[in-house]
Design a binder for this molecule. Structure first.
Ligand code: 13P
Ligand code: SF4
Length: 305
């Protein structure tokens, strides 16, 4: 099937079956093009609560599709490839976390949304890269267990001095592998470009950035900035959206920054999901009930960038 035929078929199936397609900013360009909404994790969680569609086809990694299900238990959430999982989210599990929680009985547990639903269910509040600082500042507790991203936790610590933040040894392989030299080489080639990086990057990368943003934060900044060129320290396909929305500006990705799990969602799988309304993302009722509160608390706090 050619590109335009495929797109016509997708639009027809969406309408017939009352489906909304939500896609993360790291999805393949062809998926971003057929999605109804493209956004960061917070944006997509918010969009999921506002849709009147019967089915949500979620193009992103598992924890994002799970958040959509937790916030909309009555809706059918379809995840085109159930194996599209975030490796960082799998770096913390309920049992290991419970040991740390027992050692720090007065601490509140803040779970980055990049966690599985059962881990969220035993946490106090969630956050995304957009609002981690805002969420933690908002808490009364003086001791915080922050899971699972150590790099994001170290970034948050730069802004919060009146709380003890206990970090977990998790990280995103895609962002952790972005080297300071990758960014400096791009800067050498494009000296006028502004440097934007994601807070999942290592501290030495954050130190040389002009701006540190969530993916939607980068989208917003690129549109508002007077600069015409940007070095983008995050998953490379964010640059597809950046270029599409800012055709006169130039974006330089780190070419090795690829999230292989995001790429498991292919256009063929999306078409198949629209045809079959499978595979469905299911979660135990009890997990949904317990994970809803930490997610809802985060949504009430809103964006921080
Ligand atoms: P954002 O919420 O900034 O889009 O980040 C999600 C993510 O998985 C980053 O690696
Ligand atoms: Fe997870 Fe990193 Fe991929 Fe984001 S880029 S989904 S944190 S592995």
């Amino acid at each position: 099937m050619g590109e335009s035929e495929l797109s016509t078929r997708i639009q027809k199936l969406k309408k017939e079956k009352n489906v909304v397609i939500l896609a993360h900013n790291y999805q393949l360009p062809e998926i971003q093009d057929v999605a109804d909404f493209v956004g960061d994790s917070l944006d997509l969680a918010q969009k999921a609560t506002k849709t009147s569609a019967d089915y949500i086809v979620f193009c992103g990694v598992n924890f994002m599709a799970e958040s959509a299900k937790i916030l909309n238990p009555d809706k059918i959430v379809i995840h085109p490839d159930l194996n599209s999982r975030c490796p960082m989210a799998d770096m913390v599990d309920v049992e290991s976390l419970s040991w740390l929680q027992k050692d720090h009985p007065d601490a509140m547990t803040v779970a980055y949304v990049n966690t599985t639903a059962d881990v969220k269910a035993v946490s106090d509040v969630c956050c995304t890269s957009s609002n981690a600082v805002k969420v933690i500042k908002n808490l009364a507790a003086k001791e915080i267990i922050f899971i699972p991203d150590r790099n994001l936790g170290l970034y948050v610590k730069r802004f919060i001095k009146d709380k003890e933040i206990i970090l977990w040894p998790g990280m995103c392989p895609t962002h952790h592998d972005i080297k300071k030299e990758d960014i400096l080489n791009l800067k050498k080639q494009h000296p006028d470009a502004e440097i934007m990086v994601h807070p999942e990057c290592q501290p030495e990368v954050i130190d040389i950035a002009d701006y540190v943003f969530s993916t939607n934060g980068m989208v917003k900044h690129a549109a508002q900035s007077k600069s015409k060129e940007f070095i983008v320290g995050t998953e490379k396909d964010l640059c597809y959206r950046l270029k599409k929305e800012n055709p006169t500006k130039v974006f330089y990705p780190v070419s090795t920054a690829i999230c292989p799990n995001m790429k498991k969602i292919t256009i063929d799988r999306v078409v198949k999901s629209l045809e079959t309304l499978e595979p469905r993302l299911e979660l135990p009722e009890e997990v949904i009930e317990n994970a809803k509160e930490p997610l809802t608390k985060m949504m009430e706090i809103g964006r921080g960038d």
